[in-house]
Design a protein around this ligand. Structure first.
Ligand SMILES: Cc1ncc(COP(=O)(O)OP(=O)(O)O)c(N)n1
Ligand SMILES: Cc1nc(C(=O)O)sc1CCOP(=O)(O)O
Ligand SMILES: [Mg+2]
Length: 545
């Protein structure tokens, strides 16, 4: 059975196998270290494994590491990394640290018997693909772990040889080093030391260059792990983060630009967890390392300006979601039905005709009192649309006005707009909601009560209802009149904005139909097919307020 665990297959989200099983040479069958011939299997074993894995196949990483109360590193980083990479993560806690962005204030080591009990609980019950280790604070804990792995072999072992924290605190002493060298590393599929740890592993030889890192990688490989990644992030005087990967035969220099940020606490744990996650999904070792490195670079870039804690090294955001938290998710631009009061919808042809850019038009509209803006740029190239959207987003955010994108969910996602407006022939609303997540605003065009009901079921935030009057802006648009608008408002559970042929002369009439969920008017030509957008918006605002 041990050899069956070298199999690699791909499964879709329901656990159904979607690609053929292939034998996968980098897995280490822990019972047969360094015997490459046993890493391939015969077809009988493949089928047995397929039956087993296709039933319960969720890629699963077990992390054996210490808890970081600040949640930047350790178990907490591992959980976040695995969640971000979409694999299940179970945890065996080896130590509890009192830690923050300043440093490590205390360490309480979990008794080895209880580490053993946690290991047994997880490994005897769950199908673990890959074990990843972090802080192993005593020789006995290293021994307990190695014993458990011999008893419950897994597909791969990723060892992050955590010995010194990024703040310089010692997390495991010299006896652990012996355990690493003699027992753990010979079982590892990959070990991921940073410069300091690599130096300690090879007997305190300082590493000052990429060439030194190669030498260290070779020496560490001689200790038994199948692959070595020496991380060069701490190498001085380099504009790039260069890591040296050695698979026993070839060296690879993996370069990424150094992200200028204080928020690097937990990068080592995260990198090792990402490697483990990708291995659990079936990647080869080199591509797992590349994916992990790219993930870290992206997360650091997204998190470069986060401020968490007062110390020298802050945590980063694994989910790439905290960057705009102040402007967006914390409330400033969250949707409120009153946002619909004066809804400005752009039109690139009109703005071109009047010699202004989209951004100039949007700036004038929000300064004139528009309460929400939709970019409806039917003939724009994707890249131009995206560039314009980014500029408009800054303008709108600085005024606390939500910015929506017409039709183009991809553009909305790419520029992190506040939401989208979609019609009956655009992306189905429920799929748009899945793609955009619960926070983004989704508006849907509806001409009938049934459409309004469906929009509500599918997770829309508001409906646009029209054409109330005939319009030249949208061709072949059916006019439903004030009666049609009333009918939709009376059945809609969502707030409604009226659209179509609305301007200074009739906006008040529309607002006075007396339906409480009619919250405003959406206007294109009455604002943008005019010489002065600012004046027109102000005048319209005065009429409906
Ligand atoms: C607020 C508002 N209501 C309706 C529409 C029309 O959307 P749709 O039916 O998808 O037609 P296009 O605008 O894509 O031509 C809208 N854009 N805004
Ligand atoms: C984009 C759009 N949607 C409509 C609908 O009925 O759903 S009417 C319309 C055009 C509205 O432009 P104007 O304000 O210039 O009449
Ligand atoms: Mg549309």
């Amino acid at each position: 059975m041990a050899s069956a665990q070298v199999l690699c297959c791909h499964f879709d989200c329901r656990g159904v196998q979607v690609a053929p099983i292939v034998s996968f040479p980098v897995w280490n069958s822990l019972t047969t270290p360094k015997n490459p011939t046993l890493r391939f299997v015969n077809s009988t074993l493949m089928q047995a494994d397929m039956i087993h894995t296709s039933q319960n196949k969720i890629p699963h990483v077990l992390t054996v590491a210490g808890s970081d109360s600040g949640a930047g590193a350790g178990i907490q980083a591992d959980l976040k990394a695995c969640a971000a990479r979409r694999v299940y993560c179970s945890t065996v806690i080896t130590a509890v640290t009192a830690q923050n962005t300043v440093g490590v204030q205390g360490v309480d080591i979990v008794p080895e018997d209880f580490v053993a009990e946690q290991l047994k609980s997880v490994l005897s019950d769950m199908h673990v693909d890959v074990v990843k280790t972090g802080m192993l604070p005593s020789l006995n804990i290293v021994k307990v772990l190695c014993g458990s792995l011999r008893k419950f072999p897994v597909k791969a072992l990723v060892v992050d040889p955590v010995m010194i924290s990024t703040s310089g605190d010692v997390l495991s002493g010299p006896s652990v080093l012996t355990g690493f060298r003699e027992e753990l590393l010979p079982m590892a599929d990959i070990v991921t030391p940073n410069i300091k740890e690599a130096s300690v592993l090879i007997g305190d030889v300082p590493l000052k260059s990429v060439s030194d890192m190669r030498t260290a990688a070779k020496l560490i490989h001689d200790l038994g792990p199948r692959n070595v990644l020496v991380k060069g992030g701490d190498l001085p005087n380099s504009s790039e983060a260069i890591d040296v990967f050695f698979d026993g035969e070839e060296f690879y220099e993996l370069c990424s630009s150094r992200v200028n940020t204080r928020n690097t606490h937990g990068t080592g744990c995260t990198l090792a967890s990402c490697i483990a996650a990708e291995l659990a999904k079936g990647s080869s070792m080199l591509s797992a390392v590349k994916i992990a490195k790219h993930f870290i670079e992206t997360a650091l870039d997204y998190s470069r300006d986060l401020i968490i804690g007062n110390g020298a090294q802050g945590p980063f955001d694994h989910f790439l979601a905290l960057k705009n938290i102040n402007q967006h998710s914390c409330g400033q631009n969250r949707f409120h039905p009153n946002n619909l009061l004066l809804y400005a919808v752009t039109d690139s042809a009109m703005n071109r005709r009047w010699g202004r850019s989209i951004a100039e038009a949007v700036k004038a509209a929000v300064e004139g009192g528009a309460t929400i803006v939709q970019l409806r740029e039917k003939d724009a190239e994707t890249r131009d649309f995206l560039d314009a959207a980014k500029v408009c987003l800054e303008i709108c955010r600085s005024h606390g006005v939500p910015l929506l994108i017409n039709d183009r969910i991809d553009v909305a996602l790419a520029c992190d707009a506040d939401g989208v407006h979609i019609g009956q022939s655009d992306m189905p609303t429920n799929l748009a909601r899945t793609l955009l997540g619960p926070e983004k605003i989704i508006g849907v065009s509806c001409k009938t009560p049934d459409q309004a009901q469906q929009a509500w079921i599918d997770g829309a935030d508001y409906i646009g209802c029209g054409g109330v009057y005939p319009t030249n802006t949208k061709s072949n648009n059916r006019t439903i009149g004030l009666e049609g608008l009333k009918e939709v408002c009376q059945t809609s559970k969502l707030p409604v904005v009226a659209i179509g042929g609305i301007g200074l002369s009739n906006a008040r009439t529309v607002m006075e139909i007396g339906e409480p969920n009619l919250k405003g008017v959406a206007v294109v030509s009455a604002l943008f097919d005019r010489e002065c957008v600012l004046t027109e918006t102000r005048n319209l605002h005065a009429v409906i307020s």
